[in-house]
Design a protein around this ligand. Structure first.
Ligand code: NAD
Ligand code: MG
Length: 395
């Protein structure tokens, strides 16, 4: 992948499709669009079933299209409440089709979970530039997705703050000069909690993240550190680096978003306050940098930045991420699907906090591994892994 930008400065406006517009990343994206002085124009907003929020967004920014992916929820929409010039489309197929519209210049993939794969895939099929927040796409099907982008000329610019930091740091050297990539992790809400009490963590406790405000699924993933595992796999495919060159450091302040060490020992890191508007803005503007509303970092007020290696006893999820990043094939998909189902079970009160990683480890180790799965294989093994978690929870 080539990171250095040699593209001429362009000030034309860009039409943006925001998939998952009512979520945490989606609403930060609309903030970035609002703060872009007309450089970014909302063209399409899509959500699952939060129709009230979607309609309010449509009223505020008047996109050409809104898409409600869940047909049952779309039935609640009063078409008379749509602003003039905004059309409504319904269902996942409609989204896959619309995301390919020639008028769309940038697609923000901010749907949560495996559900985000199909629309990201559709956008890449059409050769779009995708600002990718939906890490699950690469975790599930990294090699297939990267190959598709290469074939169609589609581009993936990461939104995940760690990968955005790495993407920026990699611009300082060539791929052969990279010796190591270190992803930082806040450590989540339980970094200091006695390990033996983790079994009784409640969902309310796990949903309190110390530095980031995010959707519920990724917030739980941050508490177990499964999020970092998914990010290791994401980095493995996005940057084409082997798992043994990837490291993780706990950094409670969430200011250094990740770093790249080069063969001469130089380390390039990217620093900014924990505010997702910056990586979103970077991905939408790339290869240019554009001004925007993200908060600025003040060294004089933040004099202490701490780093420590993650404790494997506290964060057993990390081992699973390394394993899936090293093994490839169906491992990422299985880990992701098992985790999604386990997080759902935990939030529904069916599983204990520590069960999440335990059941993921079990499903990962027992799954019928395939080294080079097709998209259909991925869909099948995803369904299998979810079912395994449900059966495990029922025992
Ligand atoms: P969220 O739960 O706040 O929002 C999810 C959005 O996806 C909503 O708009 C929802 O309507 C939509 N959605 C859910 N299921 C859908 C479906 N089946 N079809 C279509 N749309 C659907 O989630 P979030 O925190 O904004 O995270 C979105 C993605 O970004 C996740 O993949 C997450 O890992 C990633 N990410 C988030 C953050 C963050 O700060 N929130 C940081 C890095 C990466
Ligand atoms: Mg991240």
């Amino acid at each position: 992948m080539q990171f250095s930008a040699s593209v001429p400065i362009d000030s034309a406006s860009l039409n943006v499709a925001v998939l998952g517009s009512t979520g945490s990343i989606g609403s930060s994206t609309l903030d970035v669009i609002r703060g872009s002085n007309g450089r970014l124009v909302p063209f399409l907003l899509a959500a699952h079933r939060s129709t009230t929020a979607l309609l309010a967004q449509a009223q505020a920014c008047r996109p050409r299209w809104i898409v409600v992916v869940d047909p049952a929820a779309a039935g609640e929409i009063d078409r008379a409440a749509l602003p003039a010039g905004t059309q409504l489309a319904i269902g996942p197929e409609a989204l896959d089709e619309l995301v390919k519209s020639p008028e769309i210049d940038r697609v923000v993939a901010a749907i949560v979970g495996a559900a985000g794969l199909r629309s990201t895939w559709a956008a890449l099929e059409a050769g779009k530039t995708v600002a990718l927040a939906n890490k699950e796409t690469l975790v599930m099907a990294g090699p297939l997705v990267m190959r598709l982008a290469e074939q169609t000329g589609g581009k993936i610019v990461p939104v995940d703050s760690e990968h955005s930091a790495i993407h920026q740091a990699l611009r300082a050297g060539s791929a052969s000069e990279v010796s190591r990539i270190v992803l930082t992790a806040s450590g989540g809400p339980f970094r200091l909690r006695p390990i033996e009490t983790l079994v009784s963590v409640t969902s309310a406790e796990a949903l309190q993240h110390p530095t980031w405000s995010m959707g519920p699924k990724i917030t739980i993933d941050s508490a177990t550190m499964m999020n970092k595992s998914l990010e290791l796999i994401e980095a493995r495919w996005l940057f084409d680096v082997p798992a043994e060159k990837l490291g993780v450091l706990v950094h409670p302040q969430s200011i250094v978003h990740s770093m790249v060490e080069f063969i001469d020992g130089s380390v390039m890191a990217q620093l900014s306050p924990p505010d997702m508007r910056l990586p979103i803005q970077y991905a939408l503007g790339y290869p240019q940098r554009i001004a925007g509303p993200a908060r600025r970092f003040d060294f004089s007020k933040n004099t202490s930045l701490e780093f420590e290696p993650p404790d494997p006893r506290r964060f057993p999820a990390l081992r699973l991420g390394y394993e899936a990043a090293a093994r490839g094939g169906t491992s990422g998909c299985v880990l992701n699907a098992a985790n999604e189902e386990a997080v759902r079970g935990f939030l529904a009160g069916e599983l204990r906090f520590t069960d999440i990683v335990e059941v993921c480890a079990r499903v990962l180790s027992e799954h019928p591994f395939q080294a080079d799965p097709s998209l259909d294989d991925i869909r099948r093994i995803d369904a299998w892994a979810r079912q395994e978690v449900v059966s495990w929870a029922c025992v």
